[in-house]
Design a protein around this ligand. Structure first.
Ligand code: FE2
Length: 258
């Protein structure tokens, strides 16, 4: 486990995953959720997501052991899937991303809420997010996002940059082979959100940094607008553009108001 010295802000949120405590029923729920999502994802997920899932040997039939996932991931991109106790304040969250440690919940939704949980669970965090961390450019982008945000203390600027996270890491789309594919965890882990995109319920615009920065996040309804990148280099470069603007003292919150 990471120490207080490595992660001073996040240390109090770090826990161990008690893998032996998962019940047969919980493993069965994971297996059912994965088998429900996979047919749609084989068709509509980004190639990099599906490659990551296979290369990390994420299990289909039982809950993932985070130490085993991290051992594989660490070798590929230096990322670690680190168990945490739950919701974390922003400074601790950014500190972990900057250190290539993805804060990962260990609890799993129950059978009564298979389709939706308001708080992220291990399905959202591991099935939804972690495969993308095996992709080198995405992995660098996400760590850089944490590094940039951990140096910002202005709430309005953080909210603005948070939109980049929302429209990529959580609800990102990419054009591949002339079709729109999903890679954001909120789309990967949710049949409803993913179907909304596939069935045309959502306008898909090209990812343009300034437009993303101006588009508020809506958490209580299906998306009506999302953004598709052409390659992961685009979001990697977007974070460098943002970092340069911040260093120049540009007021990103004024761009929102514009
Ligand atoms: Fe998420």
């Amino acid at each position: 486990m990471a120490t207080m010295l490595e992660l001073p802000k996040a240390a109090s949120f770090l826990i161990e995953q008690n893998y032996a405590a998962y019940t047969t029923e919980q493993h069965a729920i994971w297996a059912e959720l994965v088998s429900r999502r996979m047919p749609q994802l084989q068709q509509h997920a980004a190639a990099e997501y599906l490659d990551g899932f296979e290369s990390l040997c994420l299990p289909y039939d039982r809950l993932p052991n985070l130490a085993a996932v991290s051992a594989k991931l660490q070798k590929r991109t230096g990322w670690n899937t680190t168990p945490v106790s739950g919701f974390m304040p922003a400074p601790a969250f950014f500190e972990m991303l900057a250190a290539r440690r993805f804060p990962t919940t260990t609890w799993l939704r129950n059978r009564e809420s298979l389709e939706y949980t308001p708080e992220p669970d291990i399905l959202h965090d591991v099935f939804g997010h972690v495969p993308m961390h095996a992709h080198p450019v995405f992995a660098d982008f996400l760590a850089h996002y944490g590094q940039v945000c951990s140096r910002i203390f202005d709430e309005a600027i953080l909210e603005c940059i948070g939109r980049v996270f929302w429209y990529t890491v959580e609800f990102g789309l990419i054009r591949q082979g002339g079709r729109v594919k999903v890679y954001g965890s909120g789309l990967i882990s949710s049949n409803g959100e993913c179907s909304n995109v596939i069935e045309g319920g959502c306008e898909v615009r090209p990812f343009v940094l300034d437009e993303v920065l101006r588009t508020p996040v809506k958490v209580d309804e299906m998306h009506r607008l999302l953004f598709a990148i052409e390659s992961f280099d685009q979001i990697y470069e977007a974070m460098h553009t943002l970092e340069a603007r911040i260093q120049l003292g540009s007021r990103l919150d004024e761009q929102i108001a514009a």
